[in-house]
Design a protein around this ligand. Structure first.
Ligand code: CTP
Length: 406
């Protein structure tokens, strides 16, 4: 099912030879029922005329930042507010650099800065420019900020080179845009905070204690929430996963660091899902020099870490909180115990007996709340995350209705 009909899509075009493909993209977007407006940079206009884009989009094309005529109609702020999604295709290396630094020296840069709309870019450039560490750094920064990056594809380039840097074909861009458009509006206007992955508890400058969490379940929950229209903040330990599209992410080290970051974002959040495998203990002393192997045995004194989930629920009782529990036995008993002890709203328990769940693509969950429970059989973690989040929304709305009555 397409979620594009009736959506306001602002297509930004920057100056690359692939700009001619954007004409076809406008046609495809309109065919899907989207409202399309086009914003072109000065160099884009060297490749394709605004007249073509105007005819295809059915709307005047936006080009100037300071345009007295536009200010009365669709000035940059209005354009920024109008857009549900901004897609820049092609996005040149220069445009990506400007977005990274937040430059507002032309209309496209200004609109991107001024808009709350989800942003996607379709890079198109020479393969060496794409591989350049500067461009790669910019792309990573944009991804961390929740920008969706579509492509680039590999192949023969207009300049004669072969490699990565070709803009994706219009049909492929349309598919990607549909994919990352919200699949529902169940969490529209809500802020969801998620912790994921393992923590690292330092021993000395070169060593730390950690666990086997891959972060997959938490990242799947983050993507599921984003697809339901939520603004998602992911506080993650070090994992080998890319930031999901449409999600904002910060990377933290120890349990103490994760607590600080989580507290910072909890203030604005509506829902909190704690999937992180937080260390329960941390070394009492952290050596400031590398520990040497000068004795036959080594004893380590550890102290309890702060429970992030319980702390956040105590300090932000209005927040709807969901915990995770990994158990090897007596799943339901332990899950209910944790639900009550931590005073949280829901807990999702999974079995980790015989190496199950950790670093696996599938998982099964027993979800427990105060007056109910539901079992989800083993399935792909992404599907499971989506099913879980639907259940979370139902319980969240029930609690909200009950609170509104009192
Ligand atoms: N959690 C947390 N901060 C901690 C420890 C755990 O936020 N310091 C969160 C986890 O993200 C998860 C839930 O609490 O949502 C897990 O609860 P916990 O009681 O730590 O579970 P286990 O580690 O399985 O506990 P136990 O060792 O008692 O079985």
């Amino acid at each position: 099912m397409s979620f594009l009909p009736g959506k306001n899509i602002l297509l930004g075009i920057s100056g690359g030879i692939a700009a001619y493909k954007s004409a076809e993209l406008v046609r495809l977007l309109r065919k899907q029922g989207a409202n399309v407006r086009v914003c072109m940079t000065a160099s884009a206009r060297q490749f394709i005329t605004p007249l073509t884009m105007q005819a295809l989009s059915g709307n005047p094309v936006h080009t100037e930042l300071l345009d007295p005529a536009a200010e009365a109609g669709m000035g940059h702020i209005e354009l920024a507010r109008w857009a549900d999604y901004i897609l820049i295709a092609p996005a040149t290396a220069n445009t990506l650099a400007k977005l990274t630094w937040g430059l507002a020296d032309d209309l496209l840069g200004t609109v991107c800065l001024a808009s709350k709309a989800r942003l996607a870019v379709a890079p198109a450039m020479n393969q060496q420019m794409w591989k350049n560490p500067a461009t790669q750094h910019n792309i990573r920064t944009l991804v961390e900020r929740g920008v969706n990056v579509f492509g680039p594809a590999e192949g023969e380039q207009a300049c004669g080179d072969t490699g990565p840097g070709r803009m994706l074909e219009p049909a492929e861009l349309l598919r990607k845009l549909e994919e990352c458009c919200a699949t529902s509006t169940l969490l529209q206007g809500k802020r969801v905070l998620i912790t994921a992955g393992p923590t690292r508890e330092p021993l000395d400058p070169v060593r730390f204690l950690t666990n086997r969490s891959s972060g997959k379940m938490g990242y799947a929950v983050a993507l599921a929430a984003a697809k339901m229209g939520a603004e998602v903040m992911l506080v993650s330990g070090h994992v080998a996963l890319e930031c999901p599209p449409g999600v904002n992410r910060v990377i933290t080290e120890s349990a103490a660091d994760m607590l600080v970051a989580t507290q910072e974002y909890a203030r604005q959040a509506d829902l909190f899902v704690a999937t992180a495998a937080v260390a329960d203990y941390t070394p009492v002393d952290v050596a400031d020099r590398k520990i040497k192997k000068n004795s036959a045995t080594f004893h380590l004194e550890m102290k309890r870490t702060t429970d992030i989930l319980a702390t956040i629920k105590q300090t932000h009782p209005q927040l709807f909180t969901v915990g995770f529990a990994a158990e090897t036995h007596d799943l339901m008993t332990y899950a209910r115990g944790k639900l009550e002890r931590k005073g949280i709203d829901m807990i999702a328990a999974n079995s980790v007996a015989n190496g199950k769940a950790f670093d696996q693509p599938t998982n099964a969950l027993e979800v427990v709340w105060l007056d109910g429970h539901r079992s989800f059989p083993e399935m792909d973690k992404q599907r499971l995350a989506e099913e879980l989040m639907k259940l979370v929304v139902v319980q969240y709305n029930k609690r909200k209705q009950a609170n509104d009555k009192h």
